[in-house]
Write a protein that binds this ligand. Sequence first.
Ligand code: PRP
Length: 213
Amino acid sequence: MNDTPQIRLALAKGRVAKVAINLLEKIGWSFPDYSPGSRKLVFEDSTGRLAFFLVKSPDVPTYVEKGTADLGIVGRDVLMEHPAKVYEMLNLDIGRCRMCVAGYPGTTFSYNRKLTVGSKYINIAKQYFDSIDQPADLIEINGSVELAPVLGLSDVIVDIVETGDTLRENGLDVLTTICEISSRLIVNQVSLKTKTDAILPVIEAFEQAESGD
Ligand code: PRP
């Protein structure tokens, strides 16, 4: 191995990690120890120049901000909900979905009635309802958010919608789209200066893979 420093990449576990790892392999990295079913958490490429590790998505910006990871791949939803001091370098155009307000079809909002909102994305929900002057009571929920209107815990939810299957199968619908979401390549601010020669080729390779070159 030469003196090139190892680049560490934090990946959000789950659907996006699978696509991101395929993208890495497409770019030319190979991870002999990696298999989708593996319980291992850190994987080095065969040259030892790149290692990726899998963490829960809200932890990706934390690892990158603190410099434990040089790079991270995480959804825009996470960066909006947990802003971090990192550079957002690329829109990777993977993990595409929408941040939506959803509920039973026909649910209406009114300035003079407080809406109850269930969400994993309390900050995004608050910002959105503040921006439209809709009074809202926010209830934090950590998963299976669609249950909230179905069981009467909240009037609506703010959540990501990818295929729309979860909403449809529970009799719910998108009421408003707040914004489009996709995964972003983020970089630690110090690493970009101190490991420039090692990091830039990785960023450029992602860029080329995205543009289909
Ligand atoms: C996400 C999201 C929705 C679902 C949307 O949940 O919170 O529930 O995916 O996807 P769809 O539009 O393709 O149906 P996730 O699968 O991450 O699990 P969770 O409910 O435990 O958060």
